[in-house]
Design a protein around this ligand. Structure first.
Ligand code: ADP
Length: 297
């Protein structure tokens, strides 16, 4: 619950959509983990009822606290512990109530019914991870990732395809970047491509050493970090390092899927879609197998 309070405080400071999504995702997590809110109750005709607050605009809302310390900031009241999930359902199902105010006395957070619906539906809160067979240059989201080499001056495989589709100006911009170390990522414009950005990352040349995995992981992690910084919501990855760099496809698929999944879990809200666009049937099959075996989020 302290984490929720911290997130709400951060929301006060930052006020971003992204932070709000983090708060919502966290509430959903608390609901799934069967955590409890503290609910103030009162007596009405001998029955225990949840206390409500009437807002200035005439709307009634329920109240819930994350900790006893938050309860103690206000007037003394009888309370009950109630599971987060039950509170969400109760608020959602009660007519004449527009939502629930968490911690009304300090750093309060109003959760209206529409957002409760989002939490209960799981909609829009979870990023989608998809795999498709295809040519990444035709992706029409915000960004494609290029499996480049350290020079960033173009090459074969997916790198060549992206440069061909973007046109010669992409190479001109890449020349100004002074290359890129393995595992790192750099962003450029797209010229003739449909997306808004290309993120160039350099996968490891497979050697069979432990470092390969770390560096491949860095490629996905650093690309997604750069995506977040640039307000990218939808992004497509090729199977980095699985071409001329020789990374075994099954192993690369595990690193790709696990890293993306972990990134999304740690940074909910911002990235809406990660699509792995895979050029051949064997790579597609390897990714589908990994995705099937691992529950997303
Ligand atoms: P690397 O040097 O990182 O191994 P490659 O370009 O040789 O990069 O291969 C990476 C993966 O990209 C391979 O699985 C290859 O089949 C795939 N690939 C090649 N062209 C495309 C394309 N146009 N779209 C998506 N994937 C592609």
């Amino acid at each position: 619950m302290e984490k929720l309070e911290t997130l709400i405080q951060e929301l006060y400071q930052e006020g971003t959509r992204e932070k709000n999504m983090e708060v919502l995702s966290h509430i959903r997590k608390l609901a799934k983990e069967e955590k409890q809110f503290i609910i103030p109750v009162g007596d009405a005709n001998g029955e225990k009822v949840y206390r409500r607050l009437s807002l200035d605009d005439g709307q009634d809302v329920f109240v819930a606290f994350t900790t006893q310390a938050q309860v103690d900031l206000g007037q003394t009241t009888e309370t009950l512990n109630q599971s987060v999930m039950d509170v969400l359902h109760m608020v959602h199902d009660t007519q004449g109530v527009s939502g629930v105010v968490l911690n009304p006395w300090k750093d309060s957070y109003f959760l209206p019914k529409v957002l409760i619906e989002m939490i209960l539906d799981n909609k829009n809160l979870e990023s989608e991870i998809k795999v498709v067979k295809g040519d990444i240059t035709t992706f029409d989201g915000d960004c494609i990732v290029n499996a480049a080499n350290e020079s960033l001056l173009g090459g074969g495989g997916v790198d060549g395809a992206i440069h061909r589709a973007a046109g010669p100006m992409l190479l001109e911009e890449c020349k100004l970047l002074n290359g890129c170390h393995t595992g790192q990522a750099k962003i450029t414009k797209v010229y003739d491509l449909k997306v808004k950005y290309v993120i160039h990352t350099v996968g490891p040349i497979y050697s069979g050493q432990h470092e390969d995995e770390h560096m491949l992981r860095d490629c996905y992690w650093n690309s997604l970090t750069l995506a977040r910084k640039n307000d990218i919501h939808t992004i497509a990855f090729p199977a980095i390092s699985t071409g001329v760099y020789g990374y075994p496809i099954d192993k690369a698929a595990v690193v790709a899927v696990d890293t993306v999944k972990e990134f999304i879990r740690e940074h909910p809200g911002k990235i809406e879609l990660v699509r792995f666009v895979l050029f051949s049937a064997d790579v597609l099959a390897a990714y589908e197998k990994v995705i099937g075996e691992r529950t997303i989020l």
